[in-house]
Design a protein around this ligand. Structure first.
Ligand SMILES: [Zn+2]
Ligand SMILES: [Zn+2]
Ligand SMILES: [Zn+2]
Length: 264
């Protein structure tokens, strides 16, 4: 059983992005969700910021990474953690260069062996011997899915979930658990999440999807785990207007939106 608690330990969670791989609105889409003027219907690609008094961690750096960090006014980064290697979670990593200049050292990146292989392929120029000046400086740290890892004062327990056939990492920090890009969670991994008070889960749309939980499936998982509060993320324009969907949700479940922030 995972237990870690200390008094006076505040985690600040901020949703940097809550949209699926194309974001919302989608380029060129004329649907009523993409045309909505509600700021909660504007979703950058899925990413999360976790802060304590001394430590700043971001989960995933998708194509909107630069814009998200500017919007959050982020001035330091102690760790960039990857859930998996899909482009909508990885494509923006080049912009960690800003922290190389600010902090005058490499950025610590945390990923599984498999995700690191993709990083080395897709950002080959970072690892090349003939790299030109100004390329991102990173230190790769390997996540063992069975082992807690520590960034500053943040203790992170990996949770393996399935994204169709691809293993993806979710993360538990104290009473908070973050899971995106899943459509299945094995019982042993569910046990690692049990007791969490704040849960983030992906919910793509209402219709079935091969690699993502639907809204109903996410609601069922939330009911099993019974946290105090569940936030849904990685949302498609097909799910509907934020306000309409929010009004239909059971008590204790909320649609996340970009810039939503809370403290634990
Ligand atoms: Zn994704
Ligand atoms: Zn649309
Ligand atoms: Zn994915």
């Amino acid at each position: 059983m995972y237990l870690r608690h200390s008094e006076n330990y505040t985690l600040k969670i901020t949703f940097l992005g809550t949209g699926t791989s194309q974001g919302v609105p989608i380029i060129g889409c004329q649907c009523y969700v993409c045309q909505s003027i509600d700021h909660k219907d504007k979703r950058l690609r899925t990413s999360l910021l976790i802060e304590t008094e001394t430590t700043t961690v971001v989960i995933d750096s998708g194509p909107d990474f630069r814009q998200q960090l500017l919007r959050a006014n982020l001035c330091k980064l102690d760790g960039l953690v990857f859930t998996h290697s899909h482009k909508d979670h990885l494509a923006g990593m080049d912009d960690i260069r800003a922290f190389n200049y600010l902090q005058k050292k490499p950025v610590e990146v945390y990923a599984t062996e498999f995700t690191q292989q993709v990083i080395k392929k897709e950002f080959e120029y970072i690892f090349s011997n003939s790299s030109y000046p100004g390329v991102p400086q990173i230190n790769l740290n390997t996540i063992d899915k069975e082992k807690e890892f520590i960034i500053g004062d943040i203790h992170i327990q990996p949770i393996e979930v399935m994204h169709y056939k691809m293993p993806v990492l979710g993360f538990r920090i104290n009473n908070f658990t973050y899971i995106t890009d899943a459509n299945h969670i094995e019982d042993a991994e569910m046990n690692k999440i049990m007791g969490t008070k704040y849960l983030v889960l992906n919910a793509l749309r209402k219709e079935a999807h091969i690699s993502h939980f639907t809204l109903d499936e996410a609601i069922q998982i939330s009911a099993k785990l019974a946290p105090d509060l569940t936030y849904l993320t990685h949302i498609s324009h097909q799910l509907g207007l934020h306000q309409d969907v929010q009004n239909e949700l059971p008590f204790g479940i909320q649609l996340a939106y970009d810039t939503l922030s809370f403290e634990i």
